[in-house]
Design a protein around this ligand. Structure first.
Ligand code: FES
Length: 181
């Protein structure tokens, strides 16, 4: 028997803010959060627009919201309704973890991006990182739709929220040299 997942359900994630997308008015539109299990790209609901100075990459957040499964597009969208800034205990482990935090490449796994070069970019990136011997310094993560589907494939290089659209395979080594070497 096949068990159907609910199309819409609540989620709560606790994790570290890796990066954020800010509107021209200084409000936070998207959060990129990493937890021990997974990385998340989370849209901030309109009524919860936060001023960007309240959030800085590296801070710890508890985010609650709604998760929507888009079955046909094989993706999950997250929308935050509640965002709490958590105090970070100043332990040695935290200091080590912060110091060692890896650079990340988020590759959109939404269907437009994945079908239009995202999958290939993901595979080529892995090969390039291996060839350069920097797989221990850079992590490749896939993410949900980044809302730039017409400019697929999209990826984001962090830290720095460096967003690239219509990425071509031949661009990848330049991007690695610019941001990750
Ligand atoms: S599918 Fe990649 S931006 Fe929407």
């Amino acid at each position: 028997m096949i068990t159907a997942q609910p199309l819409v359900s609540e989620f709560t994630v606790v994790g570290k803010l890796e990066d954020l997308v800010i509107s021209s008015k200084g409000c936070v539109k998207y959060l990129y959060l990493s937890s021990q299990e997974e990385d998340y790209s989370i849209e901030v609901a309109k009524q919860k627009k936060l001023l960007s100075q309240n959030l800085q990459p590296g801070c710890h957040l508890k985010v609650t919201g709604m998760r929507k499964y888009k079955l046909h597009q094989e993706k999950v969208e997250y929308k935050a309704y509640r965002i709490e800034l958590l105090p970070e205990p100043a332990t040695v482990d935290n200091v080590i973890a912060t110091t060692k935090s890896k650079a990340k490449v988020l590759i959109c796994q939404g269907s437009s991006c994945w079908k239009n070069g995202g999958k290939t970019a993901c595979e080529l990136l892995q090969i390039e990182l291996q060839a350069k011997g920097i797989t221990d310094k850079v992590e490749i993560k896939t993410t949900g739709c980044l809302k730039q589907c017409k400019q697929a494939p999209n990826l984001v290089i962090m830290p720095g929220n460096n967003r690239y659209s219509r990425v071509q395979p031949k661009q990848l080594s330049q991007l690695i040299a610019k941001h990750l070497s």
